[in-house]
Design a protein around this ligand. Structure first.
Ligand code: NAD
Length: 403
């Protein structure tokens, strides 16, 4: 297929192209870390670096649960009272802290809007191309949501929907066309692709500078070597949750269950870059609880409902639940959410409920946790939007300009 054939695909332009007055012409942010925020402007460092360096770390609010995670101090009641007295403005409670992914995502999106407005004032509208092959209902829902969010944040988007019969070489031509286009900063190929399409080859064909999923080997290498680049959205979202919740990472024992290229491995690298002591567990790990029980930060990215049970969790640990598992059996719903009227109502209405990889009963043992839904999942699209803006800036050398 030649370049002109691409135009036959359904292509939807949904971007907001209205000019927006620049509020502060000199402050286009030059940070290039996908998860960076205006609050870090002066530091000009990746959030990971901020977390790695105690001097740059934002003031921490300590919670009893977190203290439990850091040694025996809480077994001593007077020591605990001392901590409580030292933070009189913060109501202390033994309840775990819920890490609200929806609120954090909203904060990131509002920062993206501000960045987009600054770019628009310079005549630049970040653009995202989303490629959805065939008609996979779940993928259609995800893609719609990504395109809709682009519109809300002022990012131009274009949806390309080639048929399921598209060949690898036709897809390569499509990607080459998007690589060449000046109005496209980010290219997202919605997975999974049909079996006959060579997914790996295709992902490697995306220009690294437009690889807003962070899957290209160049971006994987950049992440590993601590260089600025485009990092995978879900693990980047995990780091944002930890950073914005002012949870310590440097020096913590971080255990990740799952070693996928999309979540487990990049999450491990990001936590390592942030100076955590990282252990990656997987399906061949023997005696998993031995590792999880030592985790100050436990990331579960397994794809098995409620796999991490309470006894596997160190009291006071931070639990990051990446899993999204739909359960359709009423007995299972009752097993995970006994006597929970909300879940029962959701099940009655939809015939399913979502549960993470961590058993809901385990959250009570934690110091802080991400709920499912409303935790990590909420961050992924926000980070995609952030990556698109980052790609727009990197491609035009805006980050370099400021130096
Ligand atoms: P995957 O299937 O690619 O990887 C699963 C990993 O879990 C593998 O590395 C495997 O070794 C490990 N594993 C499987 N069984 C295990 C066991 N018994 N003990 C220890 N490790 C075991 O999955 P993925 O793409 O990384 O996704 C994991 C989960 O996260 C899924 O539920 C997925 O839906 C969810 N997810 C959520 C988001 C989000 O935006 N929140 C994004 C991606 C994935």
């Amino acid at each position: 297929m030649d370049g002109s054939g691409l135009k036959n695909y359904c292509s939807t332009r949904l971007g907001l192209r209205s000019a927006v007055r620049q509020q502060d012409g000199d402050t286009i942010d030059n940070r290039i870390a996908p998860s960076a925020s205006p609050a870090d402007h002066d530091a000009n460092l990746e959030p990971q670096s901020l977390m790695a360096d105690g001097a740059d770390h934002p003031p921490q609010i300590l919670f009893p649960g977190k203290l439990r995670a850091h040694g025996s101090i809480l077994s001593n009641r007077s020591a605990r009272d001392l901590w409580t007295a030292a933070i009189p403005w913060k109501k202390m409670s033994d309840s775990p802290r819920i890490l609200d992914g929806v609120a954090i995502a909203a904060q990131i999106k509002s920062e993206v809007v501000a960045e987009v407005q600054l770019l628009q004032a310079r005549g630049i509208t970040p653009g995202l191309a989303v490629v959805l092959v065939g008609e996979v209902p779940a993928s259609q829902i995800y893609v719609r949501s990504k395109v809709k969010t682009c519109g809300e944040l002022g990012i131009f988007s274009e949806l390309l929907t080639p048929p399921e019969t598209i060949t690898t070489s036709e897809m390569l031509a499509l990607v080459a066309d998007l690589n060449d286009r000046d109005d496209i900063d980010g290219i997202l190929i919605q997975l999974p692709l049909p079996k006959h399409v060579d997914t790996k080859r295709l992902l490697e064909a995306v220009a690294p500078g437009k690889d807003v999923d962070g899957f290209h080997p160049v971006n994987v290498g950049r992440l590993q070597s601590g260089q600025p680049g485009l990092a995978p959205c879900t693990p980047a979202g995990i780091m944002e949750i930890l950073r914005r919740s002012q949870l310590p990472v440097a020096g913590q024992n971080a255990v990740i269950i799952g070693r996928s290229d999309i979540v487990g491995k990049p999450a491990a690298m990001m936590l390592l870059n942030a100076s955590a002591t990282v252990t990656v567990c997987h399906s061949k790990t023997t005696d998993l609880p031995r590792f999880t029980q030592a985790a100050d930060i436990l990331v579960a990215a397994i794809g098995r409902p409620g796999y991490v049970t309470p006894e596997m969790v160190k009291p006071g640990a931070t639990l990051i639940d990446v899993g999204i598992n739909r359960i359709t059996d009423s007995a299972e719903v009752e097993k995970f959410f006994p006597g929970d009227p909300e879940r029962a109502a959701t099940f009655a209405k939809r015939g399913s409920v979502v549960v993470g990889d961590i058993h809901p009963a385990a959250f009570a043992r934690s110091g802080a946790y991400t709920p499912v839904p409303g935790g990590v999942g909420a961050l992924t699209i926000a980070m995609l939007m952030q990556n698109t803006v980052t790609a727009a800036k990197l491609r035009r050398g805006i980050a370099a300009e400021k130096k």
